[in-house]
Design a protein around this ligand. Structure first.
Ligand code: NZQ
Ligand code: ZN
Length: 390
């Protein structure tokens, strides 16, 4: 087991009506003026934003609103949020939404006390503890940002989508009401399931040997996501299935499923270039295409690890040929994503061979070369993986 540090400061409030506790709990923690941050439509139309506003007002907490976060959030709105925070003396940021809203909120919280441009943090990865406290009302289980240490933001002007890790921006409170996810369109539910499953794959396939305490937790989450996926897709208002998926989404990415391992994250790097190129590409859908392609390209580094995954997660019986077992596990993975309604080729996402060269320079800027850990990848390897996905 590799050395590690693990920080998890999030207070989880899970269950029906969880969001109604927002006002009281923020007030108890000293919040006086909150930036209420939300997305394009869903949280306003469902009345959620109004319910949260009432909860804040009842607790005597003032709020300044900033809506309009798009999927694959953009730095321009973050800068607006930073300016609003400075102008109004904001002391907490409350995100109502999914990964995009939460990531935008994290970036605002990081920039709120900073004199320079908040994008500096994405470029330099410089660490700071001077971050506004963040609370979250989660509306889609997927990115795991409700407890993760990362934010991922696009800069359309530079054609970049970049991550910034910092434990200080892990949310302090996450309100998680599974009923809020009943309204998710099937495609977003499926993309979320794919994303959380891929957060486990990124941690399972690296260059560290077996770490049973971590690996068994990871595999049990993979099995859970796989089992609950059809239940939420067939019956979107199944509270128990939605609850299991919501909690799994958090567990898949807050960090425990990877401690003691190096983790890989090459495929997330490959995907982020797709959604940087076209913000209409949903992160989970991009992963559904890229992960099986990455697996095919790298599995021969350690076929036994793939065979083990196939046995544990998909119940594949060993054939006596570890190579065949590994390939069957990859087929099962692709089949699982397809069964959710996710795409299997880049063509379905509107990406063509000519786009590959447009992504390579930004991939190199974001990930460096070589990148990944299961197999160290060059930019030529990345080109090949994109080609396999066409
Ligand atoms: O904007 P609205 O109208 O709210 O619509 C959203 C959006 O179109 C909709 N939605 C959310 N909750 C809903 C709902 N529609 C109906 N009912 C609800 N309850 O869903 C769409 C997608 O929302 P988004 O927040 O973009 O989804 P997700 O949570 O998948 O976040 C994706 C972003 O997170 C980043 C991704 O790269 C992407 O930018 N990631 C962040 C990570 C992190 N911070 O740790 C890790 C991940 O690997 C990922 O990279
Ligand atoms: Zn992800």
């Amino acid at each position: 087991m590799e050395d590690f540090e693990f920080v998890s400061p999030t207070h989880f409030v899970f269950g029906r009506d969880a969001e109604l506790k927002a006002g009281r709990m923020l007030a108890e923690r000293g919040a006086r003026k909150v930036l209420l941050h939300y997305g394009g439509r869903s949280a306003v139309e469902s009345g959620l934003v109004d319910r949260v506003k009432s909860s804040l007002a009842d607790a005597g907490v003032e709020c300044v609103e900033l809506g309009g976060v798009r999927p694959n959030p953009e730095i321009t709105l973050v800068r607006e949020g930073v300016a609003l925070s400075k102008e109004h003396g904001i002391d907490w940021v409350l995100a109502v939404g999914g990964g995009s809203v939460i990531d935008s909120a994290k970036a605002i919280a990081v920039g709120a006390h900073y004199e320079g441009d908040v994008w500096d943090f994405f470029e330099t990865k410089q660490q700071t503890d001077d971050v506004l406290p963040i609370a979250v009302v989660l509306t889609i289980p997927a990115a795991g940002s409700e407890a993760s240490k990362n934010t991922v933001v696009s800069n359309d002007e530079l054609g970049l989508k970049s991550g910034y890790p910092n434990n200080a921006q892990r949310p302090k409170i996450a309100f998680m009401n599974p009923e809020l996810t009943f309204t998710l369109p099937p495609y977003q539910t499926a993309a979320g399931l794919t994303d959380m499953f891929c957060h486990l794959l990124e941690r399972f396939f690296d260059d560290v040997g077996s770490v049973p305490v971590t690996d068994n937790l990871n595999l049990s989450l993979m099995k859970t996501v796989r089992a609950e996926a059809p239940r939420v897709l067939v019956d979107p208002e199944n509270y128990d299935a939605r609850a299991n998926v919501m909690w799994a989404g958090m567990l898949c990415h807050q960090g425990l499923a990877g401690v003691g391992r190096h983790e890989d994250w090459a495929t997330h790097g490959l995907e982020h270039e797709l959604s940087a190129l076209d913000p209409d590409i949903t992160h989970g859908a991009g992963l559904a295409v890229m992960f099986p392609a990455w697996m095919e390209y790298v599995y021969s580094e350690n076929p036994a690890r793939f065979a083990y995954y196939g046995r544990e997660v998909f119940g594949l019986a060993p054939t006596g040929d570890v190579e065949d077992d590994a390939l069957s596990a990859i087929d099962e993975t692709r089949g699982f994503f397809a069964s959710l309604g996710m795409p299997t080729t880049l063509a379905e996402l509107g990406i063509e061979e000519a786009d590959i060269e447009r992504m390579i320079p930004t991939l190199k800027a974001n990930k460096g070369e070589p990148f990944g850990s299961f197999m160290k990848l060059s930019m030529d390897d990345a080109r090949e993986i994109y080609r396999l996905a066409l």
